[in-house]
Each structure stands twice: as C-alpha cells, then as structure tokens.
Ligand binder design. Structure first.
Ligand code: NAD
Length: 477
C-alpha cells in the first residue's frame, strides 16, 4: 500500500532498522508481505536501557507543565496524522478503516487525559509534632518497560506511554511485531513534538529475549504488559524474581446478562455489533450471553440475523464491517474451539468455519447449547465466537458470570434499577456497563480483577503505578 511506512526502532533519539534479522509483516486479508519488522539484538536492547536511563534524568527534572506541553503536542500530531496512521493500522491488523480511525483518535484523547493528570500529582503535608515538618512527596518510579499487543496496537501502547511520561518516567516500549508500523507512527508523534531523546525508546524483536533482558536490568523499575494470562503470569514471575512491580492487563471472557424486561431485539443487535468489533479480538469483547428464558429465542434469532448479515472484507475496502483475524494463530484457535464445542454437543447457529481460502477470515459465529465443559465456555476465544445460554433466576446468572477465573469486563441489559444495582455489586469484574457497550472513557479506570490482572490504566488512577510515595521529615534547626 502506498503510505505504509517500513517500521523502525527508536533508540536514544535515533531511528534505526537495527542489526537483527528482520521478519516479514503480512497483510492478514491476503497473507501477502507488506513490509518487514526489525529485530533488536542484545546490544540494541542494552543501548535502549542506557538511553532510557539518561532520558529519565532529563525528563524527571522538567516541570509537569513542560511535560504536558510536549505530550499535548504529540496528541495534536496524532490527530493531524490520524488518517495515514489509521490506514497503516487497518492494513497490518485487518480491522475496518472506520474502527482504525476511532482507535487513533481515541489514543489522542488518552494522551491528553494523562498529560493533564500529570499536573495533578499532589503530595501531602502531615500533621507536625512541633519539632519537624512531615511531608509525602510523589516521584516517578523510574524507567518503565512496556509490552503492547497487536489487537489494539495504538491505544494499548498509548496507555503505557501516556501514564509513564505524565508521571515523569522514561519508557522502553516493545510494540507487537505483527502490527509495528502504527506503533512506530505513534512514537514518531512524540519524537516530533520535542520529546528529549531517550524518554521513549521503541523496540521490536523476539519477545522473550527482550522481556527477560529488560526485567533483569536494574535500570527498569516497572513492567506494564497487555496480553494473554499465561504470558502475564510468566512475566509476573520474572518481575517477582527481581522485586519489580507490574501492571497486568490480561484476558477476559466477558459475560452479558440479558434480562427479559428490555427491548430484546435492540439488546441483541447491540450485542452482536459489540461482539464482532475488531473480529472479536478485544480483551473486553462480550462473549458469554446469558439470556433470561422468556427472551432467549428472540435474542438468538436477532443475534444470528445480525451475525449473518455482516459484510466481511479487507479493512481498507469501503463497506467492510468485519475484517480478517489478525494472524493464523487466531484462525487455528477458532477452528479448534468450534470443533471442540461441536464434539460436546453444541449447535452452530451461525458461521463456524473459515471464509475464503486466502486471508485469515473466519465467519461471525454463534454457538448455542454449549455445555460448560466445552473449551469455548472456559477459554477466552479472542475471536468472532459468541456463546448464548439461558438463565431462569438472577442468582443463576450471577453464578455463571462469576464461574470463571477471568474478571475484566461484564455487561448487563435490564430496565430495573434494582437489578442493575445488584448486578453492578455482585458480578466480579473491573468494568461493567449496563444497557450499552461503550468502552471506558479516558477519565475511567481500565483494568481487571482475578486472573484478568492488576493495576489500572486511565482515570484518576492512571499514574498510580508509575509513582512512588516518599516520606520526608524536616526538623527545623
Ligand atoms: P501469546 O500469548 O503468545 O502473546 C500475547 C502477547 O504477548 C503478544 O503481544 C506477544 O508478543 C506477547 N508475548 C508473548 N510472549 C512474551 C514474552 N515472553 N515476553 C513479552 N511479551 C510476550 O498469544 P498471541 O497468539 O499473540 O495472542 C493470543 C492470546 O493473547 C489471546 O488468546 C488473548 O487471550 C491474548 N491477548 C490479549 C490481549 C489483551 O488485550 N488483553 C491482547 C492480545 C492478545
């Protein structure tokens, strides 16, 4: 595609293709090569560490206003360049161009939120004892290592960069190798807005090599990771070995409790639209639709109709409503989940198979009557697979919602204030929306409970993990 910029790494203010052997980048809609992603060597990882340490010393000494100015400049550039970045994102990730545009513009809002939060990092004065004045000051934790995934490459990297920079930290970010150009374009907005060199360093390469080297380095003081639970657990263990804190944004298996007191057709249409956004590859994607008995048939019928009517295609093609999966691993995972569900007696009410012989297209899929033992009812599909089941009492619905070790997002549809209140209190999750699927705005905290992780990105909590509190007692004379 014209305008697809071959991604580079940023180390100490220098853009480089690095010296490791590059890997091809594939268009998931055609499986054709569209570019190549650099691979950092150990020496380049060490250079990024040294640059980040130096960048931190410069950045932490700037005032919050000076830091906010640079960050807001980056947000402006991101908005100015949003069309070209969205096109690269759509091409390398597969999502429809409209969704890519929303992602890029949303990233600009996230940067703006964090930039302004950086101005509100308050310490406190403690009651004195007449002899000494006692304070708490809040300081940046140091150099951060960030790992962002391929499903929302721009917003996920932004949340890590925004929090770190607003708190006065420097960051080494490893973008996902499958979607590197959009992340590199995001980082370029910061570099072009006058960020001192070394404050952001961008690497690509072999993930275990980079994470192990960064976490073991005394330079890195915090890890922030978005990805799967198994990789999150592995990285948390490495952090424990080196006594480093971490923010973990991991997977979900979001329940949607649909009560029979709502407009069922509307709830089903909204549910299907949310399920198939980004081809289901979103950690807060709704997955287990738990529908009250009387409304079940109507809900399934409308949901299936909507799923079957979706137009699949290349992300850049006008009219595309759902793109391909981002990589062949997801395609294989969907096929395995559907085969397993069928073998347990589930009914495929829509889709259930690959579409087209080239590209990673998988049909929007609806499974009903899926036994709890089937893999799909227990493992995050991270793809376009919806599971619909019935409930009779609210206690049953809450029990099903809380059955798994995931606890990221949950959803409910009800017109009863009492039921809404009960569900908001009883469902175990970090995010709950009722009667809609709009994502968490910049001013809301994003994160999970249970195995979905810990720490929050966004909201007034955004900078918490990037700061340390220091007690200072000052005896006068
Ligand atoms: P994966 O588990 O191999 O990788 C997940 C992410 O972690 C990728 O971005 C990968 O580059 C990174 N990663 C893997 N090993 C790493 C290591 N040792 N050090 C640092 N980073 C490492 O799986 P995948 O096939 O890329 O993705 C599939 C699964 O990942 C999905 O089933 C989903 O559960 C999860 N996922 C979650 C999110 C999210 O937003 N929470 C995003 C992407 C993927």
């Amino acid at each position: 595609m014209d305008g697809y910029v071959e991604p580079m790494m940023l180390i100490g203010g220098e853009w480089t293709r690095g010296s490791g052997a590059p890997d091809p980048i594939l268009d998931p809609a055609t499986e054709e090569r569209i570019g190549s992603v650099p691979h950092a060597t150990d020496e380049e990882i060490d250079a990024a560490l040294a640059a980040a340490q130096a960048g931190f010393e410069t950045w932490r000494k700037l005032s919050p206003n000076e830091r906010a100015k640079v960050m807001l400049g980056a947000a402006d550039l991101l908005r100015d360049r949003s069309e070209e970045i969205a096109r690269m994102l759509s091409l390398e990730q597969g999502k429809p161009l409209g969704e890519a545009r929303i992602e890029v513009v949303r990233a600009a809002s996230l940067i703006e939120w964090d930039a302004n939060e950086g101005r509100r990092v308050y310490g406190r004065i403690l009651p004195g004892d007449g002899v000494a004045n006692n304070f708490v000051i809040r300081q940046p934790i140091g150099v951060v290592a960030g790992f962002s995934p391929w499903n929302l490459p721009v917003t996920s990297a932004t949340r890590k960069i925004g929090g770190a920079l607003a708190a006065g930290c420097a960051i080494i970010i490893k973008g996902a190798e499958e979607t590197p150009a959009s992340v590199a374009a995001l980082v370029r907005c910061f570099a072009d807005s006058g960020l001192p060199s070394g404050v952001i360093n961008l690497l690509f390469g072999h993930p275990p090599q980079i994470s192990e080297r960064l976490i073991a380095s005394p330079v890195v003081r915090l890890l922030t990771f978005t990805g799967s639970i198994p990789v999150g657990k592995h990285l948390a263990q490495l952090c424990g070995r080196h006594m480093k804190p971490a923010i973990m944004e991991l997977g979900g298996h979001s329940p949607v409790i649909v009560c029979d007191d709502v407009d069922i057709a509307r709830a089903a249409q909204a549910s299907a639209a949310a399920k198939f956004r980004n081809a289901g590859q979103i950690c807060i994607a709704p997955t287990r639709f738990i529908v009250q008995e009387d409304a079940y048939d109507r809900f399934v019928e409308t949901f299936v109709e909507k799923a079957e009517g979706l137009k699949l295609g290349k992300g850049l093609e006008p009219g595309t409503q759902m793109g391909p999966l981002a990589n062949d691993r997801r395609l294989a995972a969907m096929e395995a989940l559907v085969t397993d569900a069928r073998s347990h007696g589930a009914t495929v009410a829509a889709g259930g198979e690959r579409r087209s012989n080239s590209g990673y297209f998988f049909a929007p899929t609806v499974l009903v009557d899926v036994p709890a033992e089937a893999k799909a009812m227990n493992e995050e599909p991270f793809g376009p697979v919806a599971l619909i089941s019935r409930f009779s009492t609210l206690d049953d619905a809450i029990g099903e919602a809380n059955r798994l070790s995931y606890g990221l997002a949950s959803y409910a549809f009800t017109n009863s204030a009492e039921t809404a209140d009960l569900l908001a209190r009883e469902v175990q999750c970090g995010i709950m929306t009722i009667n809609h699927f709009t994502g968490v705005p910049p001013e809301g905290p994003f994160g999970g409970v249970k195995e979905s992780g810990y720490g929050r990105e966004g909201g007034s909590e955004s900078l918490e993990s990037f700061l340390v509190s220091k007690f200072v007692s000052h005896r006068l004379a």
